[in-house]
Ligand binder design. Structure first.
Ligand code: MFK
Length: 252
């Protein structure tokens, strides 16, 4: 049984096996109905924080929402993970809270210039390469902290996720061990945000990245982070079938 004790290694190992057997679906194959459901729930959350209707209408809405939850619980998975392969040959976890396509709680974070992923993680014969990862996001009132600006924890989530992907792109991924965020100015919601990140260097097992969030071309927050792959994840990632995936992508 996977869990904190094995750092999720069991779940990853099973995913890699399925990947090797061709059992991991493409992100592009996620049904429109699944994506539509997530978008509607996000709209519902925003409507909930913005609404000014009275208690009777709220009660009516609550009934409808309960009915929807009941419908969804009709079939559930043991593991709340859904792996899928992106067009860049990366395995994504579709229910993760950073950008998960199937998680309405994740911000609408979309990678714009997702670089071609490193073909092999922790390959000593291949130098990690620093590539700029760029994502777009539009936060909503549901992500607010102080009036008119985004919550600092949400800002940290965006940076954590995009910096993490930058270490993946470089071929030296890991779990976030430290994240240092500098909040330079208010990060607004309801406007386009750009999040940029790049891997900088490794020190032993530690993989470092930097990044920033821009609104209207101005930096609102910047971060440095260190990611560490525990030994059991390192050996799993090193036989990461991304190499095969990258070849497929080139062939396609
Ligand atoms: C799907 C694609 C998505 C891609 C983006 C994902 C981004 C999101 C990423 C996450 O959210 S990850 C989830 C949040 N993070 C965690 O759950 C991590 C929890 N912590 C751990 O699992 C372990 O503490 C960790 C793997 C980070 C390290 O444990 P280890 O036992 O492997 O490390 P160890 O204690 O042996 O230390 C190894 C080295 O790292 C150093 N170190 C450990 N923790 C550190 C720390 N926090 N900061 C700096 N250095 C640290 C430590 O001093 C040592 O340095 P030296 O080699 O120089 O001696």
């Amino acid at each position: 049984m996977a869990g904190p004790a094995d750092n999720g290694a069991t779940v990853f190992a099973a995913a890699f096996e399925r990947f090797a057997e061709g059992g991991i679906p493409e992100v592009a194959d996620v049904p429109d109905a699944s994506l539509d459901l997530v978008e509607r729930i996000r709209d519902l959350v925003e409507a909930t924080v913005r609404t000014d209707v009275g208690p009777e209408v709220r009660a009516e809405a609550a009934e409808l929402v309960s009915r929807a939850a009941e419908l969804l619980r009709a079939a559930t998975h043991d593991q709340v993970v859904r792996f899928a392969r992106t067009s860049e040959g990366r395995i994504d976890q579709l229910t993760q809270a950073g950008s998960g396509l199937l998680n309405p709680q994740a911000p609408r974070l979309v990678f714009r210039e997702t670089p071609e992923m490193a073909t092999q993680a922790f390959d000593d014969s291949v130098e990690p390469r620093s590539v700029e990862v760029v994502a777009d996001c539009r936060l909503t009132a549901a992500h607010s902290g102080p009036p008119g600006r985004a919550h600092g924890g949400v800002v940290a989530t965006l940076l954590d996720h995009v910096l993490g992907l930058a270490t993946s792109a470089a071929g030296v991924p890991g779990f976030t061990a430290g994240l240092d965020v500098r909040y330079r100015a208010a990060t607004p919601y309801d406007v386009p945000l750009e999040i940029r990140a790049r891997w900088t260097h490794c020190e032993g097992r530690k993989s470092f990245a930097t990044g920033e969030i821009l609104a209207d071309g101005k930096v609102t927050a910047e971060a440095t982070a260190v990611f560490i792959a525990p030994p059991e994840m390192r050996s799993l990632w090193s036989r990461n079938p991304r190499s095969a995936a990258a070849e497929d992508t080139v062939r396609a």
